[in-house]
Design a protein around this ligand. Structure first.
Ligand code: DQA
Length: 142
């Protein structure tokens, strides 16, 4: 089965209780379970990880690049300023899809900039947990 890494940045371990009006009431565990089920139907082995540590996230992106593993990435706040995460994303020859639960373009101005988008295969934002589900379908088709 093809593998997909679903990587999540800072504060996404707090989903469910973190600003539920913005990010919804599902926990990251709930989303992981949903993605694993959808992965089975699509023939994708899904591994969901989360970290609050930029260095750990970069290590996972290196691992994905070394193995040409497709990535679904919610870089969270790193989206807006981490050139190091951006450069790590740029190394991957496999599809890398940037996802966001909310629509950052409709929020505060500092969220309007993504330093990741230019090196992502595509970006899906604003559909809550479905942003991840849509990204899974995009990878399954690729
Ligand atoms: C987010 C949007 C970011 O602006 C924010 O910093 C997050 C979550 C989202 O999924 O909507 O932590 O990436």
């Amino acid at each position: 089965m093809r593998k997909v890494l679903v990587l999540n940045g800072p504060n996404l371990d707090r989903l469910g209780t973190r600003e539920p009006d913005v990010y919804g009431s599902q926990s990251l565990g709930d989303i992981a379970q949903l993605l694993e089920e959808i992965g089975l139907a699509l023939g994708l082995a899904v591994e969901v990880r989360q970290t609050n540590d930029e260095s750990e996230l970069i290590g996972w992106l290196h691992e994905a690049a070394d193995n040409s593993t497709p990535v679904i990435l919610n870089p969270a706040a790193f989206t807006h300023y981490s050139y190091a995460v951006r450069d790590a994303c740029a190394m991957n020859s496999a599809p890398l899809i940037e996802v966001h639960l909310s629509n950052p373009a409709a929020r505060e101005e500092f969220r309007h900039t993504s330093v990741i988008s230019a090196v992502a295969t595509g970006t899906i934002a604003g559909f809550g947990a479905d942003s991840y589900v849509l990204a899974m379908h995009a990878i399954a088709r690729g």
